[in-house]
Design a protein around this ligand. Structure first.
Ligand SMILES: NC(=O)C1=CN([C@@H]2O[C@H](COP(=O)(O)OP(=O)(O)OC[C@H]3O[C@@H](n4cnc5c(N)ncnc54)[C@H](OP(=O)(O)O)[C@@H]3O)[C@@H](O)[C@H]2O)C=CC1
Ligand SMILES: CC(C)=CCC[C@@H](C)[C@H]1CC=C2C3=C(CC[C@@]21C)[C@@]1(C)CC[C@H](O)C(C)(C)[C@@H]1CC3
Length: 503
């Protein structure tokens, strides 16, 4: 069996290769008999090439990943493996993002509120006097407490609701984690309870009023919680049990590793913090905020406009779609390769619920009636976006689940040395991430219902374009490592990154 130097990082296949290789070669892998025979310090083992001598049980013919698997098989993987290069322009870039992103989450509030969106009629002195909040308006210990109870309550549900257990993709240590996939089983009863409360009390229900009245307190609480959580998880990653670290979050630069995430899968018992934060408090909080905005609009104008209905339906659909397809998240880079740091802590718990719901908050203050033509136009944009987004994601997920599925036999793909195939026709032949294009077009369907009275509510499509372009580049570099020359072959066939024929 020819063992490829750059075998892609595909643990299933690597395990198969390793098994065949071990059977086919006379090389005897020295299996440490007892723990004390295993290399004990980082200096004694390394995951970096050039390879070790025979004595460590690693053979030079094996690719770097296969060596890792071999070490994994021998329990000698260096879980502290130093990382590859920097993303986001390194420590300077992540430092800037760590200041700018939270600031923007507040600026979108101070720049779009009852005083205007943006409040341009004030000069600076009037703005400071009339708009800037007092300390009491900015921070509330009581609301922070409620926010903590909300997050911890969801965490308790996540580890107690009977779940569809799911096995994650194999780690470089060879082990695979079990995940509690019950986001939908949590979200549906939550929405049912809120609907029942609204049925009993009407849209004037004090819960909706409370959310609206404490929006800024909740935003501050989410920012504080995200920061403290990221710091706690970072410090915990240095614990004596030496947890598995993310390849990109172990550079040794504290600021960078804190932002990107040093530990790959931080857990508290059965609670997987990365998966929980990505789909529970933030995504569900996003839906709650949108409903509170619709309630506020009803309380102020006695009805809910067609634009507010569309924004709520579109974004509720997006949230429900994410939770319905929860198993698919186990193969995303956030779960498989990114550590849990401030980027995901802030992104999940603050950025998503508070900036993605900007359109609903704007419409609660500045109602827009679209009319039939407007509704039809926005529905058309949404339909185009969702057709691409869902079509591409379903096709890839189906192909990854069972490449031999009869419904996929019309699709062309290329073999890779890892044994996994890459689609080169259908959605994934049009561009390497056409799913991103569909998602971005859907973002326009979220912004257009706010009309053209302000540019502020179109912030999302601008930000999202930057995020997806960066994400495509990061995924490209991950795939280049995974697939080596086969990825070059793939990119020579599928030339467009996101927009077919354009980018
Ligand atoms: N609203 C938001 O803020 C965000 C939304 N999203 C959305 O989430 C969805 C998922 O995106 P993301 O998590 O980036 O991952 P993707 O769904 O884009 O999957 C990327 C992975 O798919 C596999 N792949 C790539 N090309 C092919 C091919 N030709 N054939 C088969 N498999 C291929 C590779 O993994 P492998 O080969 O190892 O299987 C690659 O790493 C997207 O629709 C995106 O728009 C994402 C981030 C933020
Ligand atoms: C400004 C800043 C620091 C941004 C951090 C990035 C995060 C906002 C995003 C990183 C990956 C994300 C994903 C989703 C939301 C945005 C973040 C957290 C996601 C949950 C949206 C819904 C999708 O269906 C998804 C589940 C595939 C997706 C996962 C990644």
């Amino acid at each position: 069996m020819h063992v490829h130097r750059n075998a892609g990082w595909s643990p299933f296949i690597l395990q198969q290769q390793l098994r065949e290789y071990l059977n086919s070669t006379s090389t005897s892998f020295i299996t440490p008999k007892t723990k004390d025979q295993r290399p004990k310090t980082k200096d004694q083992i390394s995951t970096r090439l050039p390879v070790h001598s025979q004595s460590s049980g690693i053979h030079p013919e094996l690719s770097s990943e296969l060596q890792l698997m071999t070490m994994a098989a021998k329990g000698v993987v260096d879980k502290q493996a130093r990382s590859h290069g920097y993303d986001f322009a390194g420590p300077l870039g992540v430092g800037a993002i760590s200041i700018v992103a939270p600031s923007v989450s507040f600026l979108l509030y101070f720049g779009c509120n009852e005083h205007g969106c943006p409040p341009t009629r004030f000069n600076w002195a009037q703005y400071v006097e009339q708009v800037l909040p007092t300390r009491e308006q900015f921070f509330s210990l009581e609301v922070l407490g409620y926010f903590v109870v909300y997050v911890f309550g969801l965490a308790l549900l996540n580890v107690t609701i009977p779940v569809r257990d799911r096995i994650g993709t194999p780690l470089k240590t060879g082990e695979r984690l079990v995940y509690n996939l019950n986001a939908l089983e949590t979200f549906v009863p939550m929405m049912g309870a809120l609907a029942f409360g609204t049925y009993l009390n009407g849209w004037e229900w004090s819960f909706w009023t409370w959310v609206w009245d404490h929006y800024l307190h909740l935003l501050t609480a989410a920012n504080l919680f995200s920061f403290v959580l990221a710091c706690g998880i970072y410090l915990a990653s240095f614990r004596s049990s030496k947890p598995l670290l993310a390849a990109g979050g172990n550079t040794g630069n504290h600021l960078y590793d804190w932002f990107i995430g040093r530990e790959l899968n931080p857990r508290i018992g059965k609670l997987d913090i990365k998966l929980f934060c990505e789909l529970h408090p933030g995504m569900m909080g996003w839906a709650i905020l949108n409903l509170a905005f619709a309630a506020h609009q009803f309380q102020t104008i006695g009805r809910v406009t067609d634009s507010m209905v569309l924004v709520n339906i579109f974004q509720f659909w997006y949230i429900f779609d994410a939770l319905w397809n929860e198993p698919a998240i186990l193969t995303t880079m956030d779960i498989t390769s990114d550590g849990f740091g401030y980027m995901l802590s802030f992104g999940d718990l603050t950025w998503v619920p508070f900036t993605y719901s900007l359109q609903g908050r704007y419409l609660a203050m500045y109602p827009v009636d679209l009319g039939f033509a407007g509704v039809a136009g926005v529905l058309f944009v949404k339909g185009i976006g969702y057709y691409i987004f869902r079509g591409a994601n379903d096709q890839k997920n189906a192909f990854r689940t069972n490449p031999e599925d009869p419904s996929l036999k019309h699709l062309k793909s290329i073999e890779t040395k890892t044994g996994r195939k890459l689609l080169v026709s259908g959605w994934w032949g049009m561009s390497r991430h056409i799913n991103y294009l569909g998602d971005w077009i859907m973002g326009w369907a979220w912004c257009l219902p706010t009309g053209f009275g302000t540019w502020v509510t179109y912030f999302y499509v601008g930000y999202f374009a930057v995020l997806l372009i960066n994400r495509e580049r990061r995924d490209d570099s991950h795939c280049r490592i995974k697939y080596g020359d086969d990825w070059k072959r793939y990119t020579s066939i599928v030339k467009s990154r996101i927009v077919p024929g354009i980018y």
